[in-house]
Design a protein around this ligand. Structure first.
Ligand code: PMP
Length: 395
């Protein structure tokens, strides 16, 4: 092994230190499909750390659709959409997605990360990109590749956004990128206000709806539909690894924008396309989402119940407005200990620690699915309350 590499990479010791304390929380193997109960080390565990908001990732109908697609099209497209990797079902799915979110066209990528990487970086040499400080890592990476000036504004703070917008010359290209529901804090972007500022300062707006499709809007159409502002939003991004029980992502917008993206976005053009099984699973998930609105109703029922219970028992849940609950801990060791103790008690939750968030925002993320029951929520919150009190996270 190269000595310099060994020295550089060997400086990272945190994971080993945490392992020695027995509270390492990452790469924990799950031995089953991902629904409200999963198998870990042969035992049933209540899952509250998933992004499968509609509870579809282990749905038999998605599995059947995926198997049928494998039988017909094989296991891989062996190349990118651009050259040899476009199937008829990719095109059908893209039409469905465009219609779902109310835009002219959509194109699919192999992951949501690649969408943000390949879209935020485009077309804006010498422009300005404005990012909410809570925007997802993939948006930040896209901005880094853009050759634009990148200005961050304080989370959901519209006067901070306006202050940054004032800096840029009125006639240079500008893009504001926001999440619909923020993945860690669970609050919703004040999109109409973002759009008013965008109009005032002549900026385009892109919304990352990774955590909002299947959760917000009519039949889960997302944040722009929820606020009734779809026509004013330039680009809507979504991922298939959350509500849609699959893997991949999409960007939707007008023909002009999509035409440019399809012929210039490098993470689309130079990367293999979504495999047939994933495409078929997403397509079936959209049908189910539209046919069974009761799934979203239940998601909100368990969400509202969890909110009441957390508040009643003295948890600090920040400003969440969604099925994502940040349980504020603000201490790294207590956070990791609580995650470990919860798993020992049969509850899977996830830690969010620096560098993902600053020290004073260390949280445990607790997320709901449409398939959770009120009883499961109560059982988990009972256990978490005991752990949080024992560790003096809540008094
Ligand atoms: N955007 C947001 C807001 C996300 O939370 C994520 C995934 N955590 C992504 C984009 C990337 O999506 P994917 O998992 O499909 O790569």
């Amino acid at each position: 092994m190269n000595e310099l590499f060994k020295e550089l990479f060997g400086r990272y010791t945190l994971a080993d230190e945490v392992k020695a304390q027995g509270i390492y929380p990452y790469y924990r193997p799950i031995e089953s499909g991902q629904d409200t109960v999963v198998k870990m080390k042969g035992k049933d565990v209540l899952m509250f750390g998933s992004n499968s908001y509609l509870g579809l990732s282990d749905d038999p109908r998605l599995k059947e659709a995926a198997i049928a697609a494998i039988k017909r099209y094989g296991t891989s497209c062996s190349g990118s959409r651009f050259l040899n990797g476009t199937l008829d079902i990719h095109l059908e799915l893209e039409e469905k997605l465009a219609k779902l979110v109310g835009k002219e066209e959509a194109v699919t990528y192999s992951t949501g990360f690649q969408v943000n990487l390949g879209v935020v970086s485009l077309g804006m040499r010498d422009g300005y990109i404005f990012l909410d400080s809570y925007d997802h890592a993939s948006i930040i990476e896209g901005a880094r590749l853009s050759f634009s000036k990148v200005l961050k504004f304080a989370h959901n703070d519209m006067s901070a956004l306006e202050e940054k917008l004032r800096v840029a010359p009125i006639d240079c290209p500008k893009l504001i990128v926001v999440d619909g529901i923020y993945s860690m804090s669970g609050d919703i972007v004040p999109l109409p206000e973002v759009l008013d500022l965008a109009d005032k300062y002549n900026a385009a707006v892109m919304v990352d709806d990774a955590h909002s499709i299947g959760v917000l809007g009519d039949h889960g159409r997302g944040t722009s539909d929820y606020f009734g502002v779809t026509d004013r939003v330039d680009l809507i991004m979504g991922t298939f690894s959350k509500s849609f029980g699959s893997l991949g992502g999409f960007i939707a917008g007008s023909h002009v924008l999509l035409n440019y993206i399809k012929h210039n976005s490098r993470s689309l053009i130079f990367s293999a396309s979504m495999p047939p099984a994933n495409v078929a699973a997403v397509s079936r998930a959209i049908d189910i989402m539209l046919e069974e609105p009761e799934r979203i109703d239940n998601l909100w029922k368990v969400t509202n119940h969890a909110r009441e219970e957390f508040l009643k028992r003295g948890f600090d849940i920040g400003a969440t407005q969604s099925p994502i609950f940040p349980l504020y801990v603000r201490d790294m060791e207590k956070c990791l200990r609580a995650v470990k103790d919860a798993l020992d008690e049969g509850v899977f939750i996830t830690p969010v620690i620096p560098p993902a968030v600053p020290q004073d925002s260390i949280i445990i993320r607790f997320a709901l699915m449409a398939t959770h029951t009120v009883e499961q929520v109560d059982e988990a919150i009972d256990k978490l309350e005991k752990i949080f009190r024992r560790l003096e996270i809540i008094k």
